[in-house]
Design a protein. Structure first.
Length: 201
């Protein structure tokens, strides 16, 4: 199973490379939600790194991203993918903007926020099961099998909101309820995805 997932943690080819080249740059919904502007490259903590896809896209747009992943298996796959990508001269500068830490974000965020200057905390918790729809992508099914359900997302959101960052962004299915029923400051939508943005004073 880890061999199958290993194919998806490849930053040098396939859909992820295509998205880097043709994904719409700073005009895409993810970039807008994070707060990327012409002269602004926020420092981001991706608290639910998973396969590292969104983190990589943000790094390709100029952000420094600290990825947190609590699954030892997924963190190891992600680490190996990053090491392979460093050997590719075309994307090595992007990989230099990525940092990976194997930690549970809910417990680690309070410590991290004391030592690092963080502008944005990004949360992409496991999507809830869908009763009447096609199966989710194979990679997500495999990932769910390894890491299980995200049963503590409310606690993670609370930890992020209590941090000293300026903005918290939560990725959700477009029709899903707000995480823990907390109303965001505003939302940014794409075709199938919604980004709930919480601005902090």
């Amino acid at each position: 199973m880890t061999t199958e997932l290993n194919d998806y943690v490849d930053f040098t080819k396939g859909s992820l490379d295509y998205r880097r080249r043709n994904g719409g740059g700073r005009k895409q919904a993810l970039a807008k939600a994070i707060g990327l502007k012409k002269a602004a490259n926020p420092t981001v903590v991706d608290a639910t790194a998973g396969l590292g896809r969104d983190a990589f896209i943000l790094a390709s747009l100029g952000c420094k991203v600290h990825m947190l992943e609590r699954s030892a298996v997924v963190a190891e796959l992600l680490y190996e993918g990053l090491q392979r990508a460093k050997l590719n001269a075309d994307i090595a500068p992007i990989i230099e903007r990525l940092k990976l830490t194997h930690q549970d974000a809910t417990n680690y965020l309070p410590k991290l926020c004391l030592t690092e200057n963080i502008d944005v905390i990004y949360l992409d918790p496991m999507y809830p099961h869908r009763k009447k729809s096609a199966l989710v992508k194979q990679e997500m099914r495999l990932l769910r099998t390894i890491v299980g359900e995200d049963l503590d997302t409310a606690a993670l959101l609370q930890a992020a909101l209590e941090s000293n960052c300026k903005r918290v962004v939560v990725k959700r299915p477009k029709v899903a309820t707000h995480l823990d029923d907390k109303k965001p400051s505003f939302c940014i939508e794409s075709k199938n995805t919604r980004y709930d943005v919480y601005l902090k004073p």
